[in-house]
Design a binder for this molecule. Structure first.
Ligand SMILES: [Zn+2]
Length: 334
């Protein structure tokens, strides 16, 4: 009890949430809100992503005003279609830009969440040098400080922890360390851990979390649609979140299948939906072709209704599940 109480206190301190119950709030780029205020949420999208690599990534590679002009109409469209919140999953060293997200949130009226953490997928090219030399505890101290004090000098606090691992059969040493650092940060802050995993080692990550006393409910299997059904079901049965976030015209059948499988097994309460769309790419003129955040509303929710999903189930997938998944609270292993 004492340990759990201490963690809850730390989590509340991080969000400045004196008097707010553990399960009660989400940290957006403009401050904390009650989880119940989050509304219909796109659980995994991007405003801006730069794949140049950790060595060269820099805010000087794009004009923030241009990105703002390109992205705002897409956020406004998502809001008109019914979205109220969008989880922006671009990590540090891939052009995470907290100030830009604040401007876009203010102008669009959407709640936006940003993140702390480091992304190891794609063979560690988005990791700064210190990620290779520091311990999990040292990395966690950096991320916990960001959660407590805000990102650089912006005052913007991250709403979750983002990491990424490669689609290998087992975690590499450095990527295992990133997952351990995420677990330690979760224990200190209560922030949810979202890891780009796809067909990579998801269940192994749950074991790493468990070694650090962290429950599966603190972890999101990002790009779950790329993994084997049996692994996803096993993770969901352990309490993990299954993020079916690759919605596009070619993937609706796969996403529908996963929703139906989870419903049949009474696991619909573990599923998140999104497009993994966007994003302004500084390497391309005008940011390249921005993919809109509309297919969920225009195509996929109607498809769910045609396949017997009730409005209550659709609200669960798009409102209640994201509010529970991203509510800031320490989740201990069961
Ligand atoms: Zn993504």
């Amino acid at each position: 009890m004492a340990a759990a109480g201490a963690r809850a206190t730390a989590a509340e301190a991080v969000a400045g949430a004196k008097g707010v119950k553990e399960e009660g709030f989400v940290q957006t780029v403009r401050g904390k809100i009650a989880a119940g205020e989050l509304g219909r949420t796109l659980a995994h999208e991007h405003v801006l992503v730069d794949f140049i690599g950790a060595e060269q990534v820099s805010p000087t590679r794009y004009e923030a005003d241009e990105v703002f002009r390109v992205v705002l109409p897409h956020l406004q469209q998502a809001r008109e279609l019914g979205a109220r919140a969008l989880v922006e999953c671009t990590p540090a060293f891939l052009a995470r830009d907290a100030r830009l997200l604040v401007r876009l949130s203010e102008a669009s009226g959407l709640h936006l969440l940003t993140n702390t953490g480091l992304y190891g997928a794609r063979k560690n090219v988005f990791l700064p040098a210190y990620a290779h030399t520091e311990s999990a505890e040292q990395l966690a101290a950096r991320w916990t400080a960001e959660a407590r004090d805000g990102i650089a000098d912006t005052g913007v606090r991250p709403g979750f922890i983002k990491s990424g691992v490669d689609a290998e059969p087992v975690l590499s040493a450095v990527q295992r360390k990133l997952v351990a650092a995420a677990a330690l940060t979760h224990a200190a802050t209560g922030l949810t851990i979202a890891v780009h995993t796809g067909r990579g080692p998801g269940l192994e990550q749950l074991d790493v979390l468990k070694e650090h006393g962290v429950g599966a409910a603190a972890w999101v299997w990002v790009h779950a649609q790329g993994a084997k059904d049996e692994d996803l079901i096993a993770a969901a049965e352990r309490g993990a979140w299954i993020s079916c976030d690759g919605l596009n015209r070619n993937s609706v059948t796969r996403h529908l299948h996963l929703c139906r499988e989870c419903k049949r097994r009474a696991l619909l309460g573990r599923v998140l939906l999104s497009h993994d769309a966007g994003w302004f790419d500084p390497a391309k003129p005008g940011g390249g072709t921005f993919r809109p955040f509309d297919l969920l509303f225009a195509v996929f929710l109607p498809l769910l209704r045609e396949n017997g999903f009730t409005e209550a189930e659709i609200d669960q997938l798009t409102v209640r599940n994201p509010a529970e998944a991203f509510a800031v609270r320490v989740r201990v292993r069961s």
